[in-house]
Ligand binder design. Structure first.
Ligand code: SAH
Ligand code: F3S
Length: 489
C-alpha cells in the first residue's frame, strides 16, 4: 500500500483473507459474514486486521461483498473534518442498506467512535455498535448486547492494551508487505491534533510479541514489514505500562528498558532478507542511535517519514511541537551525513491559526532546504476539544489557507521531480509489490527510499527483489527496465 493510499480517505473495502477458526459458536458459521471498511492512517488498517482476527474466532468470515454481510464495521478517522464527513456519508449509505436487510448490524470503530461516543446511538441513531480503539476485544460481548437490544458502546481507553496477544488476520494483502504495530496512543499533545484524545496515552508493545509476529510473517513469505506507531521513535518497553509512568518504574526496569533503536536492530538482525520500514517518526524523538542502526543494517529501508507541520518557529511553538526549525535542520543534516541517499518525506499544515505570510514563507524556505522526496499536505482543520480549538481563534481565511496549501503542493512537486530525476541512469533494487494500476504488463514496486517505480513484467514476479535500470520519471514515479534478480534488498 503506498503512503498516498494510506493517507487518502477514499473508500477502501478490505478483502477476505481470513480462515475460519474452530469456533464454538452455536450459530451457523456460514451465515456470519462481516464486512470491514477502513479509513485514515496505517494504524487503522492494522487495527482492522486485529478486529478481523477477533471476529474470525467468533465464527465470522470476512467478506468483500457488502450485500452478503450481516455485520458491517467502519473503522473511522477523526483527523480532519473532511475525514469525518466521508465516514458520515458511508454510515448513511449503510443505514439505507440496513433498511433493506433488517438483520444487518452496523458498527463504528476507531477514532470517531471514541470522539463521539454515545452520540452515535442517541442523537444520530445510525449505528448499533460503537467501539473505541482500545475496546476491540469486547466486540463479541457488544454483539451480544446488540442481539439483546441493549446499548452496545465501549469507548474505554486503556493503559495496557496493545493487542500483542492477537495474531492479526491480514486483509487486502499482497502477501509481500505487512504492518506490525509497536506502540499505541500518543503523548505529544500537538495542539491541532485529535489523536491523543481518541487513541489515549502512549504505551509500547512487548518486544517478544513483536518479534514473534515478525517471525510469523517471515515464515509466511512476507518480504517487507513496517513497524507502526504514532511516534515510533519514542518506543519504550520497561515491562509494560505507560510511557508517562516510566519515572515510577524500578531502577532495574529503567536500566534494562528497551528503546526503538534496539528494537529496530533486533527485528532487522533477525530477518536480514526482509525489508524493514517504520512510521511515523517525530523529529523531537528521533535519535542518532536510530540513524546509526539504519546505516548498519542493509535491510532497514533508507527512508524516513519526518512530519514537520511548519517551518516557522512561532507556529511550531503554538503547535506544541517540541523542536525548532534549527533543530530540525540539524536532524536533516545528521540524516544526510549518516545515511547518504536517504528518502525523506513530510506532513505539512497550511494556515494554522495566527500563521502570517512570513511564517508561510518560512515553511517554503524550510522545504527548499530539505528538498523532500514527497509529502502529505493539509489545510488546517479545527478539531473540537483540541487545545488549538479551545484557545486559539481559527483566523486564517479559507481562501488564504487554500492558496498557501497550493503553494506548498507546487513546491513539493518541483522537489519531487528534482529527487526522481536524481535516479535517472541509475540501477536500483526494487521489491515487486503488485501489477501497476496503469498497465497490466508492468509491475509496480518501491525503491528503498520508498519511491514508486514501474517497469515491464518480463519473467519476474510479486515478491522478487529486482535490479531495475531507471530511464525516465515523472515527479511521482520512476520508469525503468529490469536487469536481473537483485542480490541487494
Ligand atoms: N504522528 C502521526 C500523525 C497522525 S496525523 C502519524 O503517525 O503520522 C497525520 C497528519 O495529519 C499530521 O502529521 C498532520 O500533518 C495532519 N493533521 C493532524 N491534525 C490536523 C488538523 N487538525 N488539521 C490539518 N491537518 C492535521
Ligand atoms: Fe498527533 Fe502530534 Fe501525536 S500530530 S499523533 S499529537 S505526534
Amino acid at each position: 500500500m503506498s503512503l498516498e493510499e494510506i493517507h487518502s480517505l477514499g473508500k477502501k473495502p478490505l478483502e477476505h483473507n481470513g480462515t475460519l477458526s474452530s469456533s464454538t459458536s452455536k450459530e451457523n458459521k456460514t451465515s456470519k459474514k462481516a464486512y470491514i471498511e477502513s479509513y485514515g492512517c496505517q494504524m487503522n488498517f492494522a487495527d482492522s486486521e486485529v478486529v478481523a482476527s477477533i471476529l474470525t474466532k467468533e465464527g465470522y468470515t470476512i467478506t468483500e461483498q457488502l450485500d452478503q454481510a450481516s455485520l458491517v464495521l467502519v473503522n473511522t478517522c477523526s483527523i480532519r473534518e473532511k475525514a469525518e464527513q466521508t465516514v458520515r456519508k458511508r454510515l448513511e449509505y449503510f443505514n439505507s442498506k440496513k433498511k433493506e436487510h433488517s438483520e444487518m448490524t452496523v458498527g463504528v470503530l476507531g477514532c470517531m467512535a471514541e470522539r463521539l461516543k454515545h452520540k452515535f446511538l442517541e442523537e444520530e441513531k445510525i449505528v448499533d455498535l460503537v467501539v473505541g480503539p482500545d475496546a476491540y476485544k469486547d466486540i463479541p460481548n457488544l454483539l451480544q448486547e446488540v442481539a439483546n437490544e441493549k446499548e452496545a458502546v465501549n469507548v474505554l481507553l486503556s493503559k495496557e492494551e496493545t493487542y500483542g496477544d492477537i495474531a492479526p488476520v491480514r486483509l487486502n494483502s499482497n502477501g509481500v508487505s505487512a504492518f506490525v504495530s509497536i506502540t499505541r496512543g500518543c503523548d505529544n499533545m500537538c495542539t491541532f491534533c485529535v489523536v491523543p484524545f481518541t487513541r489515549g496515552r502512549e504505551r509500547s508493545r512487548d518486544p517478544k510479541s513483536i518479534l514473534e509476529e515478525v517471525a510469523d510473517l517471515a515464515a509466511k513469505g512476507y518480504k517487507e514489514i513496517t513497524l507502526l506507531g504514532q511516534n515510533v521513535d519514542s518506543y519504550l518497553w520497561y515491562g509494560g505500562g505507560l510511557k508517562k509512568d516510566f519515572d515510577k518504574a524500578s531502577p532495574l526496569q529503567q536500566k534494562t528498558a528497551l528503546r526503538f533503536d534496539k528494537l529496530l536492530s533486533l527485528v532487522a538482525g533477525a530477518h536480514p532478507k526482509i525489508r524493514i520500514r517504520f512510521s511515523t517518526s517525530n523529529p523531537q524523538d528521533m535519535s542518532l542511535e536510530v540513524l546509526q542502526v539504519m546505516a548498519k543494517h542493509e535491510n532497514i529501508c533508507k527512508y524516513i517519514h519526518l512530519p514537520v507541520q511548519s517551518g516557522s518557529n512561532a507556529v511550531l511553538e503554538k503547535m506544541n511541537r517540541q523542536h525548532t526549525r534549527e533543530e530540525y535542520f540539524e536532524l536533516i543534516d545528521s540524516i544526510r551525513e549518516i545515511i547518504p541517499n536517504c528518502g525523506i518525506s513530510h506532513d505539512m499544515i497550511a494556515g494554522f491559526p495566527g500563521e502570517t505570510e512570513a511564517d508561510h514563507q518560512d515553511t517554503l524556505d524550510l522545504m527548499d532546504y530539505v528538498k523532500y522526496d514527497f509529502g502529505f499536505m493539509f489545510a488546517y482543520s479545527e478539531r473540537p476539544g483540541t487545545l488549538a480549538a479551545r484557545k486559539i481563534e481559527d483566523d486564517v481565511p479559507e481562501s488564504v489557507k487554500k492558496r498557501r496549501l497550493n503553494e506548498i503542493i507546487q513546491k513539493q512537486q518541483a522537489h519531487s521531480l528534482y529527487r526522481t530525476q536524481e535516479f535517472l541512469g541509475k540501477t536500483v533494487c526494487v521489491l515487486i509489490e503488485k501489477t501497476s494500476k496503469r498497465s497490466n504488463t508492468h509491475w509496480s514496486g518501491r525503491t528503498t527510499q520508498n519511491t514508486v517505480i514501474v517497469f515491464p513484467k518480463e519473467k519476474y514476479t510479486v515478491g522478487d527483489f529486482v535490479d531495475v535500470k531507471i530511464n525516465d520519471c515523472t515527479s511521482a514515479t520512476l520508469l525503468g527496465e529490469a536487469v536481473q534478480l537483485s542480490n541487494q534488498i
